[in-house]
Design a binder for this molecule. Structure first.
Ligand code: ZN
Length: 204
């Protein structure tokens, strides 16, 4: 078994089925064994450890193509989301302002010309209303910008520089950021649970 499997990300839901956290498979299995967590599948069914082992055995015997975690005595079917029936922590509503979070919010794309900025060297941060004119470093006034557009804009507002923002900047929701951070197959599997809590907007 590839040991990196144990570090695969698992989404954690609180007792109200809201996504509150991300953990890894190793920790999730500990919770499962202790009985503090249940596996939750896409149809919202929850399974305790014993049930999940049985389901895993069934899939293994039927030659399922799913991936398993193997120990000498057990085969456990990989899962993506756990449910903590006693957890009352609430989702964070605000995302901390950092460069990385800004890049994630703006999908690594220049907010003026739309160019994808894969190379960190090409990324600059633009104050929509320039700092020199009292523009603040807050989510609603800061965007990711390529060097070329930044140079063109200089110490002006977008209107003055003849530039147009692709969208009005605003504070992101952390769940949307989570989705950006992980591979597409995880995104698809988590989306349903994030949307249920009303915390993931398709368009942001
Ligand atoms: Zn640009």
């Amino acid at each position: 078994m590839d040991p990196s499997i144990l570090f695969e990300k698992v989404l954690v839901l609180n007792k109200y089925y809201q996504a509150v956290h991300i953990t890894n498979l190793q920790k999730a299995i500990c919770h499962l064994v202790k009985g503090t967590a249940l596996v939750i599948t896409e149809d919202w069914t929850t399974h305790d450890f014993t049930e999940w082992v049985k389901i895993s055995e069934f899939h293994a015997e039927n030659g399922a193509k799913q991936r398993f975690i193997r120990s000498p005595s057990l085969k456990i079917l990989l899962f993506d989301v756990i449910y903590l029936p006693k957890n009352e922590s609430l989702p964070q509503s605000e995302v901390i302002f950092t460069r990385q979070n800004l890049f994630l919010r703006d999908s690594f794309t220049c907010q003026y010309c739309g160019k994808l900025l894969n190379n960190p060297k090409d990324r600059t941060i633009d104050h929509v209303i320039p700092k020199s004119r009292g523009g603040k470093t807050v989510w609603s006034n800061v965007v990711l910008c390529c060097k070329k557009c930044n140079l063109k804009k200089g110490n002006r507002t977008p209107e003055e520089a003849g530039l147009k923002l692709m969208k009005q900047p605003k504070a992101p929701k952390w769940q949307a950021l989570i989705l950006e951070e992980f591979p597409k197959h995880k995104r698809e599997k988590w989306k349903k649970f994030l949307k249920f809590a009303g915390l993931f907007e398709e368009d942001t």
